[in-house]
Design a protein around this ligand. Structure first.
Ligand code: HAM
Length: 407
């Protein structure tokens, strides 16, 4: 939990530095909230149950739909843009493996009320910055666009059912299978080859050229260029790649999408996923642009451990040892005084003698040990031992803690 709290605090403070504010929603919602638009992959994995009133409920598999429900219910009148972040446990009935759990935690955010290139650039930069600030070294940021992908399907005049067949293959980068599927659909070899070439390129000009007759794609690509420009020049995020083959597993996305992976994680390497989406009108609200992302919290910890990140070790400031029973009340008085000054302080509760207590103090990484004995006490003093240097000093009780240590 110490590692997790450390990472959580770091993420939380980064969200706040970008002007986001924290919210929380319930652990379960109506089942319908998730079946509406989350997509088959998520629906198959939902933990659902009916309550005593016969209502169909579900443990949340993610937080975007709950946050949008909350927004439509309570926050629509708030000034825009609305920048919300959250930490929450999610549940997916999935085959557990390294980095894939049935209960896991997400750190995520939703941005409501703006779809400008600067808004999207800031959102993507924030995801990247959070992981960077947490201490991750090895990450890959991929940026795609679902409207552009859809226009690419239009170039081949592929009907929706055939697109649906191809999407999971594209998602898993099974490009050989995409190629043979295109042949089976009767697409000419050179057209299929061109499609695959563009699907795998990160050259925006090549993509633009391919979809040049498609108005929506043109507009999205021009925005994408602005977003990338801002990421590089203003947000100093240079380590990204254009990847039109990103499809995301949830059905509510539209337009820009992005993912961050940590290669150190192996098979379950996706650390963060997000993009622009539409859910408000489906939940009965007034349409407003929305985008967001979620970071897999548990995977972040696993990735940091894989990179052998040195988490700060827990420390205690002071460990107090009363040398005998009679010293207990004075020792507790000192303990109280230190704790009231926010100095973390522990006291020997086992009466195990000075030698063993000092050993224990060292095992819990105490910085100082205070020994309260009768002779010293006669002069209102106590022994303060610095655990690093081993140096011991007689200190007047009223002079401790020194002002430099007071918080
Ligand atoms: P997602 O890609 O389904 O997106 O999940 C986000 C992150 O949660 C993943 O990148 C992954 O790190 C983590 N994750 C997902 N499933 C598991 C699991 N079974 N065990 C451990 N970690 C997991 C969403 O959930 C969207 N709601 C993100 C979003 C917010 N889009 C817009 N706003």
């Amino acid at each position: 939990m110490e590692k997790r709290r450390y990472v959580e605090e770091c993420m939380q403070s980064t969200f706040k530095t970008f002007g986001y504010r924290e919210i929380q929603t319930p652990m379960f919602e109506t089942l319908e909230l998730f079946t509406a638009k989350s997509g088959d992959a998520v629906i198959d994995e939902i933990y659902s149950f009916s309550d005593k009133g016969g209502r169909n409920l579900a443990l949340r598999p993610e937080l975007t739909a709950p946050v949008m429900r909350f927004y439509v219910d309570k926050l629509q009148m708030e000034p825009k843009p609305l920048k919300l972040f959250y930490f929450g446990n999610c549940f997916r009935y999935d085959r557990p493996q390294k980095g894939r759990y049935r209960e896991f935690k997400q750190a995520g955010c939703e941005l409501i009320g703006t779809d400008t290139p600067i808004a999207y650039a800031e959102l993507i930069a924030m995801a990247y910055t959070i992981l960077e600030k947490v201490g991750l070294k090895n990450m890959k940021l991929n940026i795609g666009n679902l409207s552009v992908l859809s226009s690419m399907f239009d170039v081949l005049k592929l009907p929706k059912d055939k697109q649906k067949y191809l999407i999971p293959l594209i998602d898993k980068s099974q490009f050989e299978d995409v190629l043979s599927a295109l042949h089976n659909f009767g697409i000419k070899k050179e057209d299929a080859d061109d499609f695959l070439d563009v699907l795998q390129t990160s050259d925006i000009k090549k993509i633009s050229n391919y979809v040049k007759g498609e108005r929506k794609a043109k507009e999205e690509l021009s925005n994408l260029e602005k977003i990338i420009g801002l990421l590089e020049t203003s947000f100093n995020v240079k380590n990204y790649q254009l990847k039109i083959s990103i499809v995301r597993g949830l059905d509510y996305y539209k337009g820009i999408v992005f993912e961050i992976e940590a290669p150190s994680l192996g098979a379950e390497k996706q650390l963060c996923g997000g993009g622009a989406y539409e859910l408000i009108s489906m939940f009965g609200g007034r349409e407003s642009p929305t985008a967001g992302f979620a970071i897999g919290f548990d995977r972040t910890i696993v990735a940091l451990e894989a990179e052998e990140y040195q988490f700060p070790t827990p420390k205690i400031d002071v460990y107090v040892i009363p040398v005998n029973e009679d010293m207990t009340s004075k020792a507790l008085e000192i303990v109280q005084k230190l704790r009231n000054q926010n100095i973390s302080t522990d006291i020997d509760l086992l009466k195990r003698g000075i030698g063993k207590s000092i050993k224990y103090a060292s095992s819990i990484d105490a910085e100082k040990v205070i020994i309260i004995g009768p002779k010293e006490l006669e002069q209102d003093s106590m022994t303060v031992r610095d655990m690093k240097s081993g140096e011991q000093k007689l200190v007047n009780i009223n002079d401790y803690p020194p002002s430099s240590q007071r918080i």
